[in-house]
Design a protein around this ligand. Structure first.
Ligand SMILES: [Mn+2]
Length: 251
C-alpha cells in the first residue's frame, strides 16, 4: 500500500485553517510521497490530486492523508476511473457534505460532485456517524438514495450497522473509504474545524474499519480534517496515527 500526503486546505472555507499541516505529523516516522499542491489555486490543486490518485490507484492500494475534505472529491474521481467493477464509497463523518454544489467544490459539498458526476452511485454511498444535517441535505440524500447511518445508530444498534456495512461490501467490488476526523467525538478528536457532540468512539469505529480492511476491497482510503493548530494535548493527531497504523497493519 502506498502512503501519500495531500497537504491542501484550500477547500476549507476558512472553517479549518491549519489542517494542511497535519500530514507530516500524522505520518511522522513513516515513508510517504507528497501529492503536489498548487498554492492558492484549488482547481489546479484538484487536478493534481486527481492525476496522482489515478496514477497510484491504477497500480496499487493507497492511503491519502489530508488536508481538508474537499480533496476526497478528486481522490474519488481518480478511484472511480481506475476500476470497472461495482464501486462503493463509505464515509465516516458528522456531516453529509452535500449542502449545495459550489464551484470549485469545498469540504462541505464534495459529495455532490461525486453524485452529480456519477463517480459512485448514491445508493452505493454509505455515510456513518452523521449527526448534523442541513434540511437541504436531507432532501438531497433522499433524492439520490444515499445511505446514512447516524452516530446514535452506531451506538444503539451496532449489529444492524455492521450488517448494513457488510451488505454494501458484499454487493460491490471496490470500495473507497473516506474518514473525516470530525466523525469522532470531540473528546477524542478536539483538533478539527467543526466539533459536533456525541460522535463515534474509537471502539465503535475500529470494528467497522476492520471489516472494510479485511474485505480486501478497500482500494483507496483517506483521512482528513485533522487540525494540529486546534488540537488539545495532541489527542487528535494520536488518534489519526492509530487509524493509519490500523490501515497499514491490515495491508
Ligand atoms: Mn465533517
Amino acid at each position: 500500500m502506498r502512503i501519500l500526503s495531500v497537504p491542501s486546505e484550500q477547500g476549507n472555507l476558512d472553517q479549518n485553517k491549519g489542517c494542511g499541516k497535519a500530514p507530516p505529523l500524522i505520518l511522522e516516522g513513516r515513508e510517504f510521497d507528497e501529492t503536489p499542491i498548487v498554492p492558492s489555486n484549488i482547481e489546479d490543486t484538484d487536478k493534481a490530486i486527481y492525476a496522482k490518485a489515478k496514477e497510484v490507484l491504477a497500480k496499487e492500494k493507497a492511503l491519502f492523508v489530508g488536508g481538508d475534505h474537499s480533496i476526497s472529491y478528486a481522490l474519488v474521481k481518480g478511484f472511480s476511473e481506475t476500476t470497472d467493477g461495482k464501486k462503493a464509497l463509505v464515509v465516516f463523518d458528522a456531516h453529509p457534505d452535500c449542502v449545495q454544489f459550489f464551484a470549485p467544490l469545498s469540504h462541505e459539498d464534495w459529495i455532490q460532485g461525486v453524485v452529480e458526476e456519477k463517480l459512485v452511485k448514491g445508493e452505493n454511498i454509505l455515510q456513518i456517524g452523521i449527526r448534523k444535517v442541513d434540511p437541504l441535505e436531507t432532501e438531497y440524500i433522499k433524492h439520490n438514495k444515499i445511505k446514512v447511518v447516524s452516530a446514535v445508530e452506531v451506538k444503539s444498534k451496532p449489529v444492524q450497522v455492521m450488517d448494513k456495512l457488510l451488505e454494501l461490501i458484499a454487493l460491490n467490488d471496490e470500495i473507497y473509504v473516506s474518514i473525516d476526523i470530525d466523525g469522532f467525538d470531540p473528546s477524542i478528536a478536539p483538533g478539527t474545524g467543526y466539533l459536533v457532540p456525541n460522535g463515534l468512539l474509537e471502539e465503535e469505529f475500529m470494528p467497522l474499519l476492520d471489516a472494510l480492511l479485511k474485505s480486501g476491497k478497500a482500494r483507496g482510503i483517506d483521512l482528513v480534517e485533522v487540525n494540529p493548530l486546534k488540537d488539545v494535548e495532541g489527542r487528535t493527531v494520536e488518534l489519526a496515527k492509530r487509524i493509519v497504523e490500523k490501515v497499514i497493519e491490515n495491508d
